[in-house]
Write a protein that binds this ligand. Structure first.
Ligand code: ADP
Ligand code: MG
Length: 682
């Protein structure tokens, strides 16, 4: 204790004083105040135990080529034990436990790192896991500073270990959430991008690279490189969207096409927003891209089918009125012709009127087919038989330099279709194939059974699942560009010169296939050829009887009573006149209600009802049914009315009823009337 009562630490050294004879004669004692040193020691302990780290130092010596001795020590082992509460086995030192507690994998890797770095005379850092006495696992970060004492032989090392468990766990959690985000973006076909406006650098997620069709790592990460990928036609709109967003601070959403490095075009929806700095300067844009190619394709398909529907309605509407007029023109021309003498100068004129009107009627019929308003006499048929039977029709159509090959599946199923219409389909397709091969080639007709599940036909939005018969007609001709393919089925679309093509061939095919509940697909590449695939629903019913009653030469005149019901006055009048002139008694009515009233007031038999199939208020079928209640013996002949509603004519008129198609000639009408009247009663 010093005089002022403060304790001090003193080091006392005593050494003897000897005489020349070796006798101890005295002693020298030196007292040294070491208070300060002790304080340093205390401070050191305080620092070591308070620092949230573990310190070690090691003297490292080479044992041999493969081994190093590490003489490892802890400047304050107490502090080290507190910092890292390891389990220490009996007889074990902390140094040993320090090494043993590492997870086996980490022990191996830390050995390799430590050994390698020392051999390379390099300081190093590493991370590893230790198991503590309570079983918990701690992540340690070890920063090792190395000093070379004797190159290749001896080193000194100081290690500082910090506990980074919390950081590693949060990193893991972050990685996990990133992984989840990536999976979600991948599932949503959504890529993320970021554009640093000041440096022009663009960074993007893996998904973005995939969406853009980039090979990872091959893309220059700049805005300009990205911009070059945007389809030239969409670039301006894209720039405008970005500029608007930067100026307004509002996010933007924009649809655009990009041209992938492989040349493929994809539709992307690009969404983004701007980040500003403190001075209101736009510094970054962030956003996502989503692949909407499929949606776009469906949209375009929808528009296409809307367009076809619209054109069909227009064409059908015109054809309907036109057809009625043609009936009248043909009818009166025929009457004039009958009244003229064989040697009349006017006869050729009338015949010209007739032939022109007949040609017009054929065109109209094609338009009606396209508009799906042609009356179809659907029967259960085998397409194979039909194709084989057409051989003699098809042969003259194609030239000698074209080979026609048929590959028909022997088990090909039955379909329900109008055979005459199906023949028309095949002829139109074969003629197109021929025209596509001016220098010769091959035409292949195939049939096969196919099952369409929900399998989307490429061009169709919806498919009714089921068994279908596929008929494919392929050629090795010039093929088609996408532009042509898009308009193929439009009526009057033709690439053939004036007077060569009508542009009605495929329009008719389209209408017939649709009317039969089928689908048609086009596969065509310029220079390679074309395949038209037609899918028709198969039916289980047996084939309809193909043998028609032999057509005897029949007298066209008659004396029966006929009730003519037709809302179109000109047509009704013409029908009535034609029948009267040929001996029939004719009653006329302009609609079903009046027809029933007339029939009720008529005292004698009515042998035949000739009625328009579709009329306002009461349709032909309804009228016939009502009439048969009171007059079961009356036979019925339907004249097809080409109004809008006729699309569903198959639903309105049962299969197998007597039909007469407008426009009809006087002869056609008389023949059909006799046929119906003379048919054996069922
Ligand atoms: P048209 O034959 O009177 O021109 P279509 O409706 O039959 O009318 O065909 C329309 C157009 O479709 C044709 O002018 C032609 O350009 C194209 N086309 C049709 N079939 C083929 C084919 N097999 N190969 C190449 N082009 C075809
Ligand atoms: Mg054609």
């Amino acid at each position: 204790l010093r005089k002022d009562g403060k304790p001090i630490a003193v080091l006392i050294a005593i050494s003897p004083i000897k005489s020349s004879g070796g006798e101890i004669v005295g002693a020298i004692s030196i007292l040294k105040d070491i208070s300060e040193k002790q304080q340093h020691e205390q401070e050191r302990r305080y620092v070591l135990s308070g620092a949230r780290c573990l310190l070690w130092y090691a003297d490292i010596r080479e044992a041999n080529e493969a081994h190093l001795w590490w003489y490892l020590n802890f400047p304050d082992e107490e502090a080290a034990r507190r910092f890292l509460p390891l389990e220490i086995h009996a007889g074990e030192t902390f140094t040993h436990a320090w090494y043993r507690s590492r997870l086996p994998d980490d022990r191996k890797s830390s050995d390799v790192t430590g050994h390698g770095s020392v051999r390379d005379n390099k300081s190093y850092e590493q991370e590893f896991r230790c198991v503590c006495a309570d079983g918990s696992i701690r992540w340690l970060h070890e920063d090792v500073h190395l000093e070379i004492i004797e190159p290749g032989k001896r080193w000194l090392a100081v290690g500082v270990c910090t506990d980074v468990t919390a950081r590693v766990h949060s990193e893991e959690a972050l990685r996990e959430s990133e992984r989840r985000l990536r999976a979600a973006l991948h599932a949503g076909n959504m890529g993320v991008w970021e554009w640093d406006i000041r440096t022009n650098a663009v960074s993007r997620s893996e998904e973005t690279e995939r969406l853009l069709g980039l090979i990872p790592g091959t893309f220059e990460a700049t805005y300009d490189a990205y911009d070059r990928m945007v389809h030239p036609e969409d670039r301006e709109a894209q720039h405008a969207a970005l500029a608007y967003s930067i100026a307004s601070g509002r996010p933007y959403q924009h649809e655009m096409r990009i041209v992938a490095p492989d040349g493929g075009i994809r539709w992307l929806q690009d969404t983004g927003g701007v980040v500003y700095d403190d001075h209101g300067q736009a510094v970054r844009m962030l956003g996502t891209v989503t692949d909407i190619t499929e949606r776009k394709r469906l949209e375009q398909q929808f528009l296409q089918s809307q367009k076809m529907e619209g054109i069909g309605r227009l064409a059908g509407g015109i054809a309907h009125d036109f057809n009625n007029l043609l009936s009248v023109i043909l009818g009166y021309a025929e009457m004039v012709q009958m009244e003229l003498n064989e040697d009349s100068d006017l006869l050729p004129n009338v015949q010209n009127i007739q032939s022109a009107a007949t040609r017009a009627a054929k065109l109209t019929a094609q338009l009606l087919a396209f508009a799906r308003k042609q009356v179809s006499e659907a029967r259960v048929i085998r397409l194979n038989d039909l194709i084989v039977g057409m051989n003699s029709i098809l042969k003259p159509l194609i030239r000698e330099d074209i080979a026609l090959i048929a590959k028909l599946a022997p088990d090909a199923g039955r379909v329900k279709a109008d055979p005459a219409q199906m023949e028309q389909v095949i002829v139109n397709l074969i003629v197109n194939a021929r025209d596509a091969m001016p220098h010769g080639g091959k035409i292949l007709i195939e049939t096969a059974n196919v099952t369409l599940a929900d399998h989307p036909l490429r061009e169709q939005t919806t498919v009714v699942p089921g068994e279908y018969l596929l008929m494919a007609i392929s050629d090795t001709g010039v093929g088609m560009t996408t532009k042509i393919k898009d308009r193929l089925f439009e009526p009057f679309f033709t690439t053939k010169g004036v007077g060569k093509g009508t542009g009605l061939g495929l329009a008719t095919v389209y209408g017939i296939v649709k009317q039969s509940g089928g689908y048609i697909l086009v596969y065509s590449e310029p220079g390679i050829g074309t395949t038209m695939k037609i899918y028709l629903p198969q039916v289980a019913e047996a084939e309809s009887d193909r043998h028609e009653a032999p057509r005897a030469q029949i007298d066209l005149r008659g004396s029966e009573t006929v009730l003519v019901v037709e809302d179109e006055p000109l047509v009704r009048e013409l029908t009535a006149i034609t029948l009267r002139r040929n001996g029939y008694t004719v009653m006329e009515a302009e609609n079903g209600v009046l027809a029933l009233a007339a029939a009720a007031g008529y005292p004698r038999d009515i042998h035949l009802l000739v009625t328009d199939a579709i009329m306002p208020e009461m349709g032909g079928k309804k009228l016939a049914d009502a009439l048969s209640e009171v007059r079961p013996g009356t036979r019925v002949l339907y004249v097809s009315g080409y109004t809008e509603e006729v699309t569903s004519i198959q639903g309105i008129l049962p299969v197998g009823v007597a039909f007469l198609q407008k426009p009809f000639s006087a002869n056609g009408l008389l023949k059909k009337v006799r046929e119906v009247l003379d048919a054996k009663q069922a």
